[in-house]
Structures are given as C-alpha cells and as structure tokens.
Design a protein around this ligand. Structure first.
Ligand code: ATP
Length: 279
C-alpha cells in the first residue's frame, strides 16, 4: 500500500482559528489562510476543529465538562452545540469557496463516553465520506456520558482516536504557537522550541507542557499526551503554528522543518484502503 493512500488528520486548533480572548469570534484571516493551503491538496484528509472561544467559555462557566448536575446546566449544552455549529459553518464556507468538499460530522451524534472515556464511537460515516472523496469535518464536542450525563471529547483526543483507528499516516496538530516549547512561550520568553520528540526524550515534552490550563480540554499537555499515544502506535505527529505563513503547506508537502515533530516509535501497518474495507 502506497503511503499516499493513507489518511492525514489535521486538527485546526481553536487557539489558531478563533480569538480565544473574545467569545464566539473567529479568526477569519487564519481560517482563510488554512483553506488556501488546502485548496490544491487532493489526498485523503480528515479535519477536526477545536472549540476555541466558541466552546471553552460556556463549558468552563457551567462546569458541564465535569458532568451534568442540575437542570440549569442544560441551556449551556444547547448553547455550546449552537455556537460550535456556527464555527463549523464558517470553516465549511471557507472550504466550499475553494471547491473543497467538507461534510460536517458532530461527535455528539456518533460517540458516547463513560466516566470520561470513549465508550462507543461509530466511524462508518467518516470512512464512507473518505471513500466518496469528501472531507469529514469533525470538532471537539460535548458528548453524552453514561455515568456523568455529559462530558467533553476534545478535538485532540478525537484526532488520536481517529488517527489510530483509520491507520493515519500522520496527525497534525495546528495551534497558535510554533510547537512544543521547554515552557509556555506566552509566559516564558526564554522558552526554547523542542524540534523533535522521540522515544528517548519524550519525558521532556511531557514535563514542559504539563502546566495547568484554564481550558476545558487540557491545553498543550493534552496535545502532547495524544501525540505521544499516536507516535507509540507508529503514527508520526506534528504540533505546529497554523497561523504561520504557509506552515501547513510545508508540512503537507514534507517541505522543510516546521514545528515539533513526534517521531513514530514503530511502523504502522493499516492502510486507508484496509480501513475503508472494514466499513
Ligand atoms: P482548542 O482546544 O480550542 O482546539 P488548541 O488546541 O488550539 O485549542 P490550546 O489547548 O490552547 O490550543 O494549547 C495551545 C496553548 O498551549 C498555546 O497557546 C500556549 O500558550 C500553551 N502552552 C502551554 N505550555 C506550552 C508549551 N510547553 N509549549 C507550547 N505551548 C504551550
């Protein structure tokens, strides 16, 4: 099976495609630049967008990330779904405008949790869309939890889950910083970029990103954990700056060094065609 046939998973980080300081505010130039760079990309692709300022404020304020405790939280579930749908539509529009064909798939409709862990997930719609030549567009979402009522399934977790199940060739985590640094680059000006994470130095990346995050989904620490999970299973990952000029194109084309590369620990064997055959 040729490498070309295997799917690429691209997480569009909420930190890059929204203004995290202002509720429900898209970063239109960042979204347009992302769509421009995808306009001539013709290989199998799954897109997953983060919630950014369209989800984190509502989830954090209502506490629904920790489960459903009383009826007053219900309106936050409806609101979060409504706003996430708005962001999905903006991304869809930017892609359709460039003749790319996304299909929005909402994890709340095809996955469930139990005690915060994925209990069930139906991948057929993703496989079928890929098989038809469409671009499945998923997002970090609120998902029903059998024990807690509701929970958060982060875009980073979805990326690693789908990446493993579909036998992705690579998973790309785009965000608003150039990669994983020795400390949060927004607070520590002396922080240095970690260019490569391997089975030898992975503890450094884990340690560097473990600072607490105000987010509903665990910030850089969660991204590093999910990237490591994938790398251990043989899937190469990148954490990179989606706002950087042409950085997405460079990674897609394998052209130059961009961001932090998580080197695969062993080779993956599942091809997209094999995954599609299971559908
Ligand atoms: P979303 O969950 O909305 O999709 P995202 O995945 O794009 O968001 P965040 O979860 O906000 O992004 O994580 C990126 C942020 O992590 C950066 O803006 C940066 O400030 C912070 N961060 C913390 N520690 C580090 C580190 N060691 N290296 C790089 N960034 C770090």
């Amino acid at each position: 099976m040729h490498q070309m046939d295997r799917v690429t998973i691209l997480k569009l980080g909420g930190s890059a495609i929204t203004d995290k300081a202002r509720e429900c505010t898209p970063d239109i130039p960042a979204i347009q630049h992302m769509a421009d760079q995808l306009s001539d990309y013709d290989r199998p692709l799954v897109l997953i967008h983060g919630g950014g300022s369209y989800a984190h404020p509502f989830v954090t304020r209502s506490g629904i990330g920790g489960g459903l405790r009383d009826r007053s939280q219900l309106s936050s579930i409806s609101e979060t779904e409504f706003y996430l749908g708005q962001l999905t539509r903006i991304i869809c529009a930017s892609l359709l405008w460039r003749n790319k064909l996304p299909v929005p798939l909402h994890p709340m409709s095809f996955a469930t949790l139990d005690k915060g862990r994925v209990k069930k997930i139906m991948l057929d719609p993703i496989r079928k869309s890929l098989g038809a030549g469409l671009i499945p567009l998923l997002h970090g979402d609120l998902v029903f939890d059998e024990s807690r009522g509701i929970g958060v399934l982060s875009g980073d977790r979805i990326a690693s889950l789908i990446g493993s199940r579909l036998g992705a060739s690579r998973v790309l985590f785009g965000c608003d910083v150039d990669g994983v640094y020795s400390a949060n680059p927004k607070g520590f000006l002396n922080a240095t970029l970690i260019p490569e994470v391997t089975s030898e130095n992975f503890r450094v990346a884990l340690h560097a990103s473990r600072s607490p995050s105000g987010d509903a989904t665990g910030g850089m620490g969660e991204k590093v954990r999910q990237a490591l999970r994938l790398a251990k299973n043989g899937c190469e990952c990148y954490v990179f700056n989606l706002r950087g000029k042409n950085s997405l194109r460079k990674i897609l084309d394998g052209d130059g060094v961009v961001g932090t590369r998580f080197v695969a620990w062993k080779r993956a064997r599942t091809s997209l065609r094999q995954s599609l055959q299971k559908a």
